[in-house]
Design a protein around this ligand. Structure first.
Ligand code: SF4
Length: 245
């Protein structure tokens, strides 16, 4: 973890702001750059401190937590939607029918509370044969959910009253990166809330004009917005910090 969380936060906020200020060639380049920077910051910091971290139970092919409700920012949503389109354009990817699976799952899970979503056991449609097909662009929320004991995750997935010990460094880093991105989006007058992954992806895939609308300041993913983040409290926190130079 960065030794100075406040400085790290402001550095990221400034970096995201610079991407938004730069004249990106198009909307796709802009949202890809934002999400890529967020994912890169998360991964490089985790890698930097890897030796200090306790070993995790999480491993490729373990899909136990992929029935949790996932939330993400708009740049992450648009980037994942782009990835779905690109994967689906390849012969191998077309067989996965990802867009169809996302729409079908959305029809079953839309509006579910997090606890109902987990209890339903409905897996993320991006999961295929136990593997996350979009692993390189998975959300900050997915990256930040890291557990130490697989049996605890499995018990929770079965609905047992069990405490799942999660990695605090992963959780904190996810919050820092995500909040810095949200602060930068807010600084530029863009919708900066969180959206339920599946429904937001369905919206972005069905109507490709939503990205340009979002970049123009419209909350074009609003039907998928979730209220778990206390945006007013977060806004007050951002306002209490000096704006990055
Ligand atoms: S995006 Fe990938 S890692 Fe995240 S819940 Fe879906 S399958 Fe799991």
């Amino acid at each position: 973890m960065a030794s100075q969380p406040f400085d790290f936060f402001q550095q990221m906020r400034r970096g995201f702001g610079q991407i938004l200020d730069s004249a990106a060639s198009d909307g796709e380049a802009e949202t890809t750059a934002l999400a890529g920077r967020a994912f890169g910051w998360f991964e490089s910091n985790i890698a930097q401190h890897g030796r200090e971290l306790e070993p995790l139970a999480c491993a490729r092919g373990c899909p136990t937590c992929c029935a949790l409700r996932v939330t993400a920012t708009a740049p992450e949503i648009f980037t994942i939607a782009d990835y779905v389109r690109k994967v689906s354009a390849t012969p191998q990817g077309a067989r996965l029918a990802l867009a169809k699976r996302i729409l079908a799952t959305d029809a079953r899970t839309r509006g579910m509370a997090p606890e109902d979503r987990l209890a339903s056991g409905i897996a993320c449609p991006i999961l295929f044969e136990g593997v996350c097909v979009l692993h390189p662009v998975r959300t900050l929320a997915c990256r930040g959910h890291a557990a130490y004991v697989a049996a605890q995750c499995q018990g929770a997935a079965r609905g047992e009253d069990v405490t799942v010990e999660l990695s605090e460094p992963h959780h904190t880093l996810r919050a820092l990166v995500q909040n810095a991105l949200q602060a930068a989006l807010r600084d530029k007058g863009l919708a900066w809330g969180l959206y339920e992954l599946n429904h937001a992806l369905a919206l972005a895939l069905e109507d490709t004009t939503r990205r340009e609308a979002w970049l123009a300041g419209e909350d074009s993913l609003a039907p998928a917005a979730v209220d778990e983040a206390d945006l007013a409290a977060l806004a007050a926190l951002f306002d209490a910090m000096p704006a990055p130079a």
